[in-house]
Design a protein. Structure first.
Length: 65
């Protein structure tokens, strides 16, 4: 299984630079409603393929899940 590191807001800013990033809440929609980062869009992991239209068309736009 792949491991991912938790990062803080400063690390996030350094990863994205000046580019505008898209934040994706990948938990269930109920969990998203309970708590999410303001501005994040909800795309649960199991529904990612059917919601690709919500992701940016510009492939250079950072997507943070």
């Amino acid at each position: 299984m792949t491991q991912y590191a938790d990062i803080d807001s400063g690390q996030l800013k350094s990863c994205t630079g000046k580019k505008k990033a898209v934040l994706v809440g990948s938990r269930t929609y109920v969990e998203y409603l309970q708590a999410h980062i303001p501005g994040a869009i909800s795309i649960p992991t199991d529904k990612m393929k059917m919601n690709q239209a919500k992701l940016p068309k510009d492939k250079s736009t950072p997507v943070i899940c």
